[in-house]
Design a protein around this ligand. Sequence first.
Ligand SMILES: Cc1cc2nc3c(=O)[nH]c(=O)nc-3n(C[C@H](O)[C@H](O)[C@H](O)COP(=O)(O)O)c2cc1C
Length: 452
Amino acid sequence: MPRNGEMTLGLYLVQTGYHESAWRDPSVPANGGVDVDHYGHLAELAEGAAFHFVFFADTLSVVERDNASLARAGRNDGFEPITLLSALSSRTRNIGLVATASTTYHQPYHLARMLASLDHLSRGRAAWNVVTSGFEAEAPNFGDKELPHHDKRYARAREFVDVVKGLWDSWEDGAFIRDKPSGIFVDTTKVHLLNHRGSFLSVRGPLNIARPPQGHPVLVQAGASDAGIAFASEVGEVVFTAEPCLENGKRYYTSLKDKAHALGREENQILIMPGIVPIVGRTKQEASEKLERLQSYSHIDVQIETAERWLGFVVDLRSVDLDSFVPEALPETNLIRSRQKVLLDLAARQKLTWRELIRLVSASKGHLMVVGTPDEIANAMVDAFDQRAADGFNVLPPTVPGGLKDFVELVVPELRRRAKFRAGYSGQTLRENLGLKRPLNRFIQTGASTGL
Ligand SMILES: Cc1cc2nc3c(=O)[nH]c(=O)nc-3n(C[C@H](O)[C@H](O)[C@H](O)COP(=O)(O)O)c2cc1C
């Protein structure tokens, strides 16, 4: 699927836009975060353009650390992902629904059940973006002082995903026969106990819902440190990453696909989808003015706090000279390691001062940002696709709905003109639309015992 010449596209759903201060733009509904019609409209726009999925990120906390930035942050009134995507499942027919959920602070039984429900509700369009949590403010909401160590988070994530998949398999396809004449609802030769006892989790099973229509909802993974790449190569079917540099993107792409191949996985069963922030103008000048306008809404307190967070809270930007150059290295973070690396690489390549870097973080948070005409944006996407740095993109519009409309009306036709993006849906389920195989049931493969 990824290499039939057409790219995959996802829409990163966000309250008011990916730009940190999008909520202040006159075109944006400032209460978008808790308005289901707003999200319904965004999902319909994306579905109308044949996007493969909408993608909803998540954090289990308010992430700001002081009142000055909290007062101006436009993100702290948003929906819980599976709840919102359940509502969107009844407003859409074809588009995939990707929910982010952390393996550090959920229980696998709950999550397997909710995602199986979303897959049934949407008739096979659910996906799970597996994250391990990347913000320290989450820890005290779950009785912890700080996030567990990076390695430990990934170790739990591995076990967690295995348990969730096992629970989805606890009923074989067709186990619920619901035979009225005989009075038999369930074929007990098709149910399996998981009986999992591991280092972090203990789960008996079975799940109390039939195997999801897709067998397993699609597994998306976001986390690109060395540990994150290793994990993605094992479990990721779609990999969301941040990489603004084409050469680094090509290296990342090859390394991830090689690792997956070494584990016996087929290369075309992993789709690598970096983010792109498209600032679209009919002329370059118009695009630059749009970005400048958005930047003018950003307060320095918010910019500083946002940059500190994405660098992993290892530098106090109030104590540095903002007009000095960003250093080559910073102390290692326990938070999102890959993003710190991306931002330091970017600063080194473009010789950025702290002030320039923090402005850039407000706009793109380190993702590829292209400010230009539809032709220029399509060029950047096609280059990354053709040179194997990407199988597609998660599109992060700077504002919504305006920035999404610009992309759909101006960039999508340009991609189609170049035969790089499809005109409609080819299958019913998200797996079918992404060209991903439906997983076999692990218990059938092993001939495990049945019944309770
Ligand atoms: C592109 C990208 C998007 C991410 N989105 C989220 C998210 O929405 N919620 C979250 O808790 N963590 C998110 N993470 C971080 C992951 O939780 C990750 O498991 C962990 O923090 C460590 O990231 P690392 O492997 O890149 O160091 C994201 C990471 C990347 C690279």
